[in-house]
Design a binder for this molecule. Structure first.
Ligand code: PEP
Ligand code: MN
Length: 338
């Protein structure tokens, strides 16, 4: 249930609404927007409550039931776009944000070279996995905390924020001590224990789409993080599994405008994991920008042939430079800065 507070309502009237909800044992979240304040009434039995309980209170403009399963990620709760600021970089604003780097942190040298290359071509966030959720237990699992330390060193050296994946709720404090943005991978999009724990942290997070999940399931998963009070959620489309097997996954470009319509959260696209092959990445990246993505997450490796993970889908620094120049033209043609 969403309660719109009248513009002229007093703080006492707003408090009256909050106290009424609490007296009924309901949870609430406030969105104090520039235009108006909205109170989301949360709980499993709100469907049984008559809206009049709140509509009669002074200061209440309107009460609406949100029929979608997700509430806090919805534009009904927050009509204005969310902008998330990380180390001076705004995600979700007019400027397109490109995050790039290797799939996995392998060595200090590899990460340093990658950081230097992607930053000089215009990327504003460095990616690199220290904990890798691999399909096989025999594949390289990442360097763990040693990889996080390298990320933090390189981040300082090149003055660039870093994003890295967290796969276990017990590691959240450790990972967020080194990284600027946490990443929840596709395979963990519905790991509700992990999501709830990240909701209790105050670290920005990229929530990747589960490759078998609908947009509604994705936004409902985002609510797990938002419900804990962590408002810094960025959605990342990374392709879904369909009957089509000519690429690793099918990039769902449609989800970009769909998310923009129904949610206030920033949307970025990872064309690398969707493509599975470096030759497909540039066109999918360009299409994502044209479709309205707020940013991109791209795998770039200084030497893809030697990569321990995902070398086939990684761009070389030279490929990445060319792509950045194409992206700039597309972004400008739709009125965005890069
Ligand atoms: C990644 O970005 O490192 C990754 C593993 O991607 P995904 O979770 O989308 O497969
Ligand atoms: Mn990868």
């Amino acid at each position: 249930m969403i309660i719109s507070i009248a513009k002229e309502a007093t703080p006492e009237e707003l408090d009256g609404v909050v106290q009424r909800a609490k007296s009924l044992g309901l949870d609430i979240q406030l969105n104090s927007g520039t235009d108006k304040t909205v109170v989301a009434i949360l709980g499993s039995n709100t469907g049984q409550l008559p809206t009049d309980i709140f509509a009669v209170l002074p200061g209440v403009e309107s009460v609406t039931r949100v029929m979608k399963p997700y509430k806090l990620a919805s534009r009904d709760f927050k009509p204005e776009d969310s902008i998330i600021t990380v180390g001076g970089v705004e995600i979700g604003g007019n400027r397109l944000v490109v995050m790039a780097g290797p799939c996995a942190v392998e060595t200090g040298e590899q990460l340093m070279e990658a950081a230097k290359a992607v930053k000089s071509s215009g990327a504003s966030v460095l990616r690199g996995g220290a904990f890798k959720p691999r399909s096989s237990p025999f594949s390289f699992q990442g360097l763990g905390e040693a990889g996080l330390k390298l990320l933090s060193t390189v981040s300082k050296e090149y003055d660039i924020p870093v994003v890295t994946e967290v796969v276990d709720s017990h590691d959240i404090d450790m990972v967020s001590a080194y990284a600027d943005i946490l990443q929840v991978g596709s395979r963990n999009m519905q790991n509700f224990t992990l999501l709830a724990a990240i909701g209790r942290s105050r670290c920005p997070v990229i929530l990747k789409r589960g490759f078998s999940c609908t947009v509604t399931e994705w936004l409902t998963a985002a609510d797990y993080i938002l419900a804990g009070g962590n408002e810094q959620v960025i959605l990342c489309e990374r392709g879904i599994r369909t009957f089509e097997d000519s690429a690793r996954f099918s990039l769902d470009i449609t989800s970009i405008p769909v998310l923009k319509r129904h949610s206030h959260l920033p949307v970025i696209v990872d064309p690398s994991h969707a493509a599975g092959h470096y030759t497909l990445v540039p066109s999918m990246a360009r299409a994502s920008v044209a479709a309205g993505a707020d940013g991109l997450l791209i795998e770039v490796h200084p030497n893809p042939k030697e990569a321990l993970v995902d070398g086939l889908q990684s761009l070389t620094p030279a490929h990445f430079t060319t792509l950045m120049s194409d992206i700039r033209s597309i972004a400008r043609s739709i009125g965005r800065d890069v």
